[in-house]
Design a binder for this molecule. Structure first.
Ligand SMILES: *[C@@H]1O[C@H](CO)[C@@H](O)[C@H](O)[C@H]1NC(C)=O
Ligand SMILES: *[C@@H]1O[C@H](CO)[C@@H](O)[C@H](O)[C@H]1NC(C)=O
Ligand SMILES: *[C@@H]1O[C@H](CO)[C@@H](O)[C@H](O)[C@H]1NC(C)=O
Ligand SMILES: *[C@@H]1O[C@H](CO)[C@@H](O)[C@H](O)[C@H]1NC(C)=O
Length: 351
């Protein structure tokens, strides 16, 4: 259940990436005690980061990679759902804000599109009792078959609040329902092309077209298992996915998701966050991308989605009140023990 917070790096704005799990590694490795490590140092020399296949990020390598904007993930693992997921998420958002305060020369919090980006939160929908991508595996039966009525209300409220809707972990039917329900463009923040590797975390061609029609985008994940469906991949495989999405959905519908610090099998040539420029020089040299298209890939598409989401939010806030529907008791009946209040009033709603 990852939430995203957007932060713009103060140094030269160049590339933007939509998924980085450094905050989860900070929790895992040093229990959020950020004063025990200096993140401007090369973490490849500092244990336990140096020993982990999951670690690809520090502030200087971000600078080398000319990363101008990064969505940091406030991740809470699936096992925390119906338990302490809210607490873990808030702790991770707090951690991200503390990191920004600790490194004001490297990081700044961004909360509206006049400074390019604004605070945004995205979440997959299993939390709202929709199916997530695992149900698209051949031998798995869907339990909800797409978005529930409550799930659709959640989409509408996210539109009103100005939250970007992220479908990277949702099932095919949930994604279709969400694209249809949302008044603002939606994104897949870290997914690749299903036509090239049939992982359920990737996006099929018909969905790519639907997404493009609604002005959304897919931001390519660098995980080998989503690029080649195996533990081996190279920078050329990333190029292949970017080319495919551009070809099917158009140059306005593609971006960089990466997923550094959240994956442990990376393409040869894109081993850490310092390597983004290699990817862009390879795309430029291929002659298949114009400079304008590369600017869109590097960030303009993302900014466009942000601005569109903000515009929809401003309109909805002016014409409607917050949604106040409760989740139906029967939708959480298996988890009733997690509630501190579980009595029904005369209208049969929980109170
Ligand atoms: C990290 O180290 C650099 C270089 O020694 C120093 O300037 C900076 O103040 C340190 N930052 C923190 C948060 O300790
Ligand atoms: C963004 O942050 C600034 C400074 O904290 C605040 O004044 C402004 O209201 C915020 N904007 C939004 C859209 O939350
Ligand atoms: C992916 O392709 C393999 C080989 O054809 C097949 O066994 C598997 O079921 C496919 N997976 C999905 C999610 O379609
Ligand atoms: C990659 O997969 C192959 C075949 O499944 C296996 O033999 C090899 O040990 C794996 N390599 C790594 C680095 O995981």
């Amino acid at each position: 259940m990852p939430f995203h917070a957007v932060i713009m790096m103060v140094h030269s704005l160049c590339f933007s990436s939509s998924h980085n799990d450094l905050p989860w590694n900070i929790r895992k490795f040093i229990h959020n005690k950020i004063h025990t490590v200096n993140f401007t140092y090369d973490l490849r020399n500092i244990s336990p980061w140096s020993r982990s296949a999951w670690s690809h990020t520090d502030l200087n390598r971000l600078k080398q990679g000319r990363v101008g904007a990064q969505l940091w993930v406030a991740y809470a693992p699936c096992g925390s759902q119906h338990r302490d997921a809210v607490q873990v998420t808030l702790e991770q958002i707090d951690l991200i804000k503390r990191m920004i305060n600790q490194y004001p020369n490297h990081l700044a919090f961004v909360n509206d599109s006049t400074t390019q980006f604004f605070l945004t939160l995205g979440t997959p929908f299993s939390v709202f009792r929709a199916d997530c991508s695992d149900v698209d595996k051949p031998d798995v039966e869907p339990t909800h078959n797409g978005l529930s009525t409550f799930g659709k209300t959640v989409i509408k409220e996210m539109n009103r609040l100005g939250m970007i809707i992220d479908l990277s972990h949702s099932s095919r039917q949930t994604a279709m329902d969400a694209i249809e329900t949302s008044e603002a463009p939606v994104i897949f923040s870290h997914s690749s092309a299903f036509a090239l590797c049939n992982s359920t975390r990737n996006v099929q061609d018909d969905l790519l077209k639907l997404l493009a029609k609604k002005k959304g985008m897919v931001m390519v994940n660098f995980f080998s298992y989503y690029l080649t469906c195996s533990n081996k991949s190279t920078i050329h495989d990333v190029v292949g996915h970017l080319n495919h999405i551009k070809e099917v959905a158009g140059p306005d519908a593609v971006g960089i998701g990466a997923s550094y610090d959240g994956i442990n099998s990376l393409p040869e040539g894109l081993e850490d966050v310092s390597k983004y420029p290699e990817l862009f020089s390879m795309l430029l040299a291929s002659g298949m991308w114009t400079l304008e298209e590369l600017k869109k890939l590097a960030g303009l598409n993302f900014i466009r989605v942000f601005q569109e989401v903000e515009k929809v939010s401003m309109r909805l806030r002016s014409e409607s009140l917050p949604h106040e529907e409760h989740i139906r008791p029967e939708d959480i009946k298996d988890f009733i023990s997690c509630r501190s209040v579980a009595k029904r009033d005369a209208n049969n709603t929980l109170c």
